[in-house]
Ligand binder design. Structure first.
Ligand code: NAP
Ligand code: ZN
Length: 360
């Protein structure tokens, strides 16, 4: 589709999956010319989110192949359209999950574009001109400036990249629950210590909360405590530890990418506690009623963040010097990285060095 859209004249080198086997290969495709509201970004780094795997393997049944994944993008602005405000050539810029929204509904007007009914994503979306969007596993991106944010000067472009999805996705539910920069110190739990989970631990500690990691991986305990600063670690497969943790937490964030039961996790909440789910397994969760009703507990979801909150999150990361723990790879290692991510073998986010170490 993109190839036949008239102003899609710019050839771009990228990496795509062509079918659910999930193998990524080099792929040349077209992007639109830089329009009046657009900025062109030379991509330096792109994180590998578990959502990329869900798309590459068509876990959710919505993939339009070929798919060029990637929505954790940092780079340098090389062109700006005549209507563009707040960005200039040479700026350190970043793009996350969102490419377009209606700009007119109540959510768009409040910069909660992520909840616009017409939301379109950075990849596997359909842009305003009818073209399919291609993401950050590529050397260059053209983006509407209203869906671009600035990267604070003091944080590294490679370790900042995953903030654009992993960071904002955990920041918003924490903000919703008054856990960001709040004087009230809470006991919070983070389920799943992966890309999303490890940033959530960092936010929790930066804001002074008591943080418990709830994990299936005994090998992550030492790092969770010593490297990320978690206060406690519960091995979710250990019945005694789960029993000891009952009714201890005010708020839990569930980042798990695979099917699991919410029952045992709900038991860890105090009465009236909230479980916020951001993980998106392809199969429905088990949600037994007893842990829900006996503790008057709530379960809610959250989907990435709006643009104002994304810039706010980046600024908070600049202020507290928060970035991600990353393993940097070259584009020809993407398949190996995806295999390792699927096997839960990454500490804690792969980031593709798209520009081959070209300095920002
Ligand atoms: P990730 O790096 O793979 O981390 C997921 C973690 O879940 C793993 O590190 C592992 O932690 C745990 N886990 C994996 N398999 C499990 C299983 N079978 N049972 C229990 N725990 C398991 O993935 P991610 O990039 O953080 O993404 C996590 C999920 O969030 C994905 O489903 C992704 O699509 C979704 N997501 C949602 C949004 C949103 O807007 N809501 C945004 C981005 C991503 P332990 O080893 O500690 O158990
Ligand atoms: Zn993501």
């Amino acid at each position: 589709m993109a190839q036949t859209t008239p102003n899609h004249t710019q050839s771009v080198v990228g990496w795509a999956a062509h079918d659910p086997s999930g193998k990524i290969t080099p792929y040349i495709f077209k992007r639109r010319e830089n329009g009046v509201n657009d900025v062109t970004i030379k991509i330096l780094y792109c994180g590998i989110c578990h959502t990329d795997i869900h798309h590459i393997k068509n876990d959710w049944g919505i993939t339009m192949y070929p798919v060029v994944p990637g929505h954790e993008i940092t780079g340098i602005i090389t062109k700006v359209g005549s209507n563009v405000k707040n960005f200039k050539v040479g700026d350190r810029a970043a793009v996350g999950c969102l490419a377009a929204a209606c700009m007119e509904c109540e959510f768009c007007k409040d910069s909660q574009e992520n909840y616009c009914d017409k939301i379109q994503f950075t990849y596997n979306g359909i842009f305003w001109d009818g073209s399919i969007t291609y993401g950050g596993y590529s050397e260059m991106l053209v983006a509407d400036y209203r869906f671009v944010v600035h990267v604070p000067e003091n944080i590294a472009m490679d370790a900042a990249a995953p903030l654009l999805c992993a960071g904002i996705t955990v920041f918003c539910p924490m903000k919703d629950n008054n856990l960001i920069d709040s004087p009230a110190k809470k006991r919070i739990g983070i389920v799943g210590l992966g890309g999303l989970g490890h940033v959530a631990v960092k936010f929790g500690k930066a804001f002074g909360h008591h943080v418990t990691v709830i994990s299936t991986s005994p090998s992550k305990e030492k790092e969770a405590k010593e490297l990320l600063g978690a206060d406690e670690f519960i091995l979710s497969t250990n019945a005694m530890q789960m029993q000891a943790g009952k009714r201890t937490l005010d708020f839990i964030l569930d980042t798990v990418s695979a099917k699991h039961s919410l029952g045992p996790i709900l038991e860890l909440l105090k009465v009236n506690g909230t479980l916020s789910v951001v993980g998106a397994p392809e199969a429905p969760f088990e949600l037994p009623s007893f842990p829900l009703i006996f503790g008057k507990r709530s379960v809610k979801g959250s989907m990435t963040g709006g643009m104002r909150e994304t810039q706010e999150m980046m600024n908070v990361c600049g202020k507290y010097n928060i970035t991600c723990n990353i393993e940097v790879i070259k584009p020809d290692q993407i398949n190996e990285a995806l295999d390792r991510l699927a096997r839960n073998d990454v500490r804690y986010r792969f980031v593709i060095d798209i520009a081959g170490g070209a300095r920002e």
